[in-house]
Each structure stands twice: as C-alpha cells, then as structure tokens.
Design a protein around this ligand. Structure first.
Ligand code: HAX
Length: 435
C-alpha cells in the first residue's frame, strides 16, 4: 500500500537525524527543571520528542506544521461534503504529507477492509453492568481485543527492533477501523437497548460512524470534524503521554490505547466535555429549564469557584489563548445551529467566564478549551447522553497517540524512565536546613 511505502521512506530519511542528535549532541541541554516543575507535574519541561503536532501557547495546535484551518482546507474532501476524510488526516499525521485523492481512496479502502470487532469483545461488554461508565467499557473493550495484536506475534517470532513499527502500524490500522465500531456499539448497548448497527462497507470512517450511531446528516460531518480536531495535542497531555509511556515498554498498542483512554477519562482532561454539559444542566435545572440572565450566570460561576470546583471547559496547561479547536467548533455552531439554546448558553459563558477567572486570579489561562464547545454540537444532533462524549474524544485521540507510537518504534525510542527525588533531597537543593 502507498501509505506503508511512503512511511518507510520517511522513516529511513528521518532516522539519521535522531541518531546524529544522540551521538554528537547527547550532552547538550534542552531544558532545566526547577522546584515547581518537579513538584508541579513537569509543566513546561521539554523532555518528550514528537514531530506529529506542536502546541504553541498562543497559536494553538499545528498538525505536521498545519494550523487547524489549513488542515481542514487542504485535506481531500469526502465527495459532496465540506469536511475532509478522517483517513486523509491519518495519512497526514503518519507521513507529514497531504495525501492525494488516490492515497486517501486507497487508505480508506484498507481501513474499511479491517472493520469487524470480534464477537467476544461485544460479549465481554454485555457482561458488564449496564450503568458502567462508557469510558470504562471503551477501555475494557480495547483491552479485550488485545489478543488480536499482530505486533505481539511478530515480537514473539523475533522481529528485529528496527522493524517493530510495521506490525505496530498493522495493529493501529486495525484499531482505527474498529474503534468507531466499538464506540457506536457501546452507545447502542447502553442507551438504545442493545440494538447495534452493522458497519457499512461503502462509507468513509466519519460517515460510517454516523451510520452506526443512527444519527442523520450532517452528523457525518460532525464526526469527521470531531475526530480530526481531537486527534493530537503534542505528547505531554495525559492521554498521549499515558499511551506513549505504556508503549515505551513495548506493550502493544491495544495496551497503550486502553491506557490512553483511562487517562482521558479524568475530569481535568477529556471528561471535561461531559462535565461542561453536566454543569450547564445543573444551572438550567435551578433556573427551571430557562436560560439564565447574564447576572444570574455570573452568580453561578462564582458559586462554583467559591465551592472549590473548576469551571469545566476553561483553562489549559499549555494554551494561553482561546483554543482554536474551540473556535473551529464555534464556527460550526454559528453556521449550523446559531439559535440552539445550549449554544447560546455556551456563548454566554465565553463572554462571562474569562473575566471572572481573571478576577479570581488563579487560572493561568482564563480562555475556553476544546471541551467547552464540543458537547453542544453533540447535544444538538440528539446525542444527549453526555457521559458518552469522551468516547468520541478517545476515538479521535487514538489517531495521534498511535501515530506517535509507530514513530517511537521507528526511531527506536527507549523505555521511559524519569528519575524521582525525595522531599528531603529537594530541601537540600533549596538549602533548607533542619533547626
Ligand atoms: N476553573 C477554576 N479554576 C481553575 C481553572 C478553571 N477552569 N483552570 C485553572 N484553575 C485553577 C487551578 O485549579 C489551579 O488552582 P490551585 O492553585 O488552587 O491548584 C490554578 O488555577 C492554576 O492552574 P493552572 O496552572 O492555570 O492550570 P493547570 O495547568 O494546573 O491545569 C487544567 C490545567 C486544564 C487542568 C485546568 O485549567 C482545569 O482544571 N480546567 C477545567 C477542566 C478542563 O476544562 N479540562 C480540560 C482541559 C483541556 C483538555 O485537556 N481536554 O482534554
């Protein structure tokens, strides 16, 4: 397939760059670690390497050098649609090149041929209590599929280290084909009385997902936009880092993807998209189903902050401006659902929350992130079971995380093992002596 050949050529060309940096410049300093970074979640420590995406604090994410609007404009479009093929985005993240129409057609056909989540995975999920969180089901479903790993077979047969990326790519393509099926299955198991809809072999990844969810157009466009926007946010966020960390032990990508989903399930990370809707529903309930006035809204925001909770959907560990992923979804809302009451609510928050967070003076970034806007679109198209939203995020995020692991293997990145210190050691560095 063209993708494998293109990727093999890119990898061959890239390897000497990494080898040279390691060999000739191994002792050159990249970053230093201060006390607050050691205690505070390694914020800003430059110790991960990826060429797949880069997050500038003010500009936002670039995928392989392209901003979000550039990515959406340049990738080949599904015929008759405005959004690009998710498959084309996979090609871009893997190779760094915008694919041709033929490249996309070939990759899309390949991914379609790999659909078919094994029945035993569905049986495993059916055995779980129905009130299990969808993210738990998603993670368990991925893990249950681990026996399908081509990488494990090749590893056990003694495959050389430099070739590890090839069966990792095979596993990743299989997962990219099957995660939308798994996600849609969980949705229809949990909320639609266990009525799964079979995958349609004629549709692209986004269109097929909308079909398996049984949500009418333009939900296919929502799916394409959503999976692309959530695909990658460089390597340090919890989901990407969890996936990378587990993969660094040469665990296969089923283990990595399951770990990534577990990290994404935290309310400070991917679960924030469900938390936004939950928080808004709470406010609406208190208002008897009405949209609150601006003054009332400000009171609710302060109440949440004063009770020690965060305002979900706002703030970011790296970004210092409105998240362009938020802006892209806002543009979608302005075009397709400008009068939706929940959109109006979110838009009111966009104006109200940042000045309040600035006044409170704690959050380094008062602006909205991707999660503030994404639930609104889902809600509008009938997907109102908001605890499912992070599964959608996870399907998208798998594209970036697994692309990174393929490259980690191609470049022979070692097992990850930062060093820990004790509090007493930090006190010694600080010059604190006991009285
Ligand atoms: N509401 C209230 N307080 C906030 C806040 C928010 N939205 N964002 C940050 N703060 C507070 C922090 O809790 C922290 O308080 P303490 O000093 O009392 O601990 C302080 O401001 C400084 O935090 P920060 O340096 O600005 O932010 P962090 O890098 O520590 O954390 C978070 C980044 C995204 C986790 C944070 O902004 C947050 O909790 N936001 C709300 C949850 C959310 O929307 N998460 C999704 C983020 C995007 C993402 O990963 N999506 O998957």
């Amino acid at each position: 397939m063209a993708l494998q050949e293109a990727l093999a050529a890119k990898i061959e060309a890239w390897r000497p760059r990494t080898t040279r940096l390691l060999k000739e410049f191994g002792d050159v300093k990249v970053s230093e670690v201060n006390m607050s970074q050691a205690i505070g979640g390694a914020r800003g420590v430059r110790c991960l390497v990826t060429d797949i995406s880069y997050l500038d604090p003010n500009e936002g994410i670039r995928f392989r050098g392209y901003t979000i609007p550039e990515t959406l404009a340049r990738l080949p479009k599904v015929p008759g649609k405005e959004m690009p093929y998710v498959e084309g985005h996979i090609y871009l993240l893997l190779t760094g090149d915008i694919p041709t129409e033929e490249d996309v057609a070939e990759l899309a056909a390949d991914i379609r041929s790999r659909t078919g989540v094994p029945g035993y995975v569905f049986d495993t999920l059916r055995a779980m209590p129905i009130d299990t969180h969808p993210m738990t089901m998603f993670s368990a479903g991925i893990l249950a599929m681990q026996r399908e790993s081509e990488y494990v077979k090749a590893y056990n047969e003694g495959l050389g280290k430099m070739d590890h990326w090839q069966p990792t790519l095979e596993d990743s393509l299989n997962l990219w084909a099957r995660l939308p099926e798994l996600g849609a299955f969980i949705y229809r198991l949990k909320y639609k009385g266990d009525t799964p809809i079979a995958s349609d072999p004629n549709l692209d990844l986004g269109g097929n997902f909308a079909h398996m969810m049984d949500i009418a157009d333009p939900y296919d466009e929502v799916a394409r936009l959503y999976f692309i926007l959530h695909s990658d946010h460089e390597s340090g966020n919890v989901s990407a880092h969890a996936g990378h960390l587990v993969g660094s032990a040469l665990s296969d990508v089923y283990y990595s993807a399951s770990a990534m989903i577990n990290g994404l399930a935290g309310p400070l990370h991917g679960l924030a998209n469900q938390e936004v809707l939950r928080w808004m529903q709470g406010v609406m309930e208190q208002m008897g189903g009405q949209l609150p006035s601006e003054e009332k809204m400000k009171e609710f925001v302060w109440e949440t902050l004063n009770s020690g909770q965060v305002i979900p959907g706002f703030g970011h560990a790296v970004l210092r401006k409105t998240d362009p992923r938020y802006s892209e979804q806002r543009n979608f809302c302005l075009k397709y659902l400008p009068d939706d009451p929940i959109f109006k609510f979110v838009d009111m928050l966009y104006h109200i929350v940042p000045p309040i967070l600035e006044e409170q003076g704690k959050a380094k970034n008062p602006w909205p992130n991707v999660d503030a806007q994404s639930g609104v679109i889902q809600w509008h198209y009938g997907l109102q079971e908001y605890d499912f939203y992070t599964v959608l995020f996870g399907i998208g995020r798998s594209i970036g995380v697994l692309s990174n692991i393929i490259w980690d293997r191609a470049l022979g990145y070692p097992i990850e093992r930062p060093k820990s210190v004790t509090t007493a050691m930090l006190e010694e560095v600080a010059g604190i002596t006991s009285e």
